[in-house]
Design a protein around this ligand. Structure first.
Ligand code: DX5
Ligand code: ZN
Length: 226
């Protein structure tokens, strides 16, 4: 089984002290920093860009998982690579040429991920399976934190698990992940769990408890001791 990673989405952090928030979440036991980049065009919201991301890169040694909700995306890949991304994920629809975009990410020396929206069929990843390190299954429509988990994402996780079996590919879920649904999510095949609101709630003193609750539920479903 591929290692379980808990990935706080910093979209739900307090932006007035972003560096402290990232440090707090990582010190509280998280594994990966999930960075949501929204352009106000591909998705109906704007978050922040590579300069802000770069300014917080030094607060942790843990990997930065950069989820680009930008279209067209190619012009920005280099900036995010330079700002400290370890893995860069792009949506199937980010266009204009998914294959070329993935080549470009690998060409920058970064791991590459491809993102499936709730309305996008998993077959879209079939032609690029040799070019990716991760598949991100969206369990909400992208653009906002704090939305409810869309249950059909579980079937999509199972389908992606079959498609990627035997390959060196992680499966990530993003949107509406909580300690209550983490077990069924892990059982369906996701090993990277993104969580925004369910990690960054009730203040930094609670982050360790929030992260542990998600991890324990997922680890239990995998037959592991947390
Ligand atoms: C949505 C983002 C998610 C979001 C998750 O477009 O990709 O990463 O911030 O937030 P929660 O966990 O609150 O649904
Ligand atoms: Zn995301």
């Amino acid at each position: 089984m591929r290692p379980l990673k808990i990935c706080p989405s910093i979209l739900a952090a307090d932006f007035s002290k972003l560096g402290e928030e990232v440090r707090a979440a990582m010190n509280a036991g998280a594994d990966v920093v999930h960075v949501d980049i929204m352009d106000g065009h591909f998705v109906p919201n704007i978050s922040f860009g590579p300069a802000v991301m770069g300014s917080i890169r030094h607060v942790t040694d843990k990997p930065f998982d950069v989820h680009l909700m930008i279209s067209p995306v190619d012009a920005y890949l280099g900036e995010f690579a330079k700002a400290g991304a370890d893995l860069i994920s792009v949506h199937v629809e980010a266009g204009p040429h998914l294959h070329r975009t993935l080549q470009a990410i690998r060409g920058l020396g970064k791991k590459a991920g491809v993102v499936l929206n709730p309305g996008t069929h998993e077959s879209a990843i079939a032609p690029v399976l040799d070019m990716i390190d991760l598949v991100l299954v969206m369990s909400v429509n992208p653009g906002f934190g704090g939305q409810s988990f869309i249950p059909s994402a579980l079937d999509k996780l199972r389908a992606v698990r079959e498609m990627t079996r035997g390959r060196d590919i992680d499966i990530e879920i993003d949107g509406g992940v909580t300690a209550q649904n983490a077990a069924e999510i892990a059982a369906a095949g996701a090993n990277w769990l993104v969580a925004g609101s369910s990690v960054f709630r009730d203040g930094p003193a609670c982050y360790a408890r929030n992260i542990a609750a998600i991890r324990d539920a997922a680890a239990g479903a995998r037959g592991e001791m947390a």
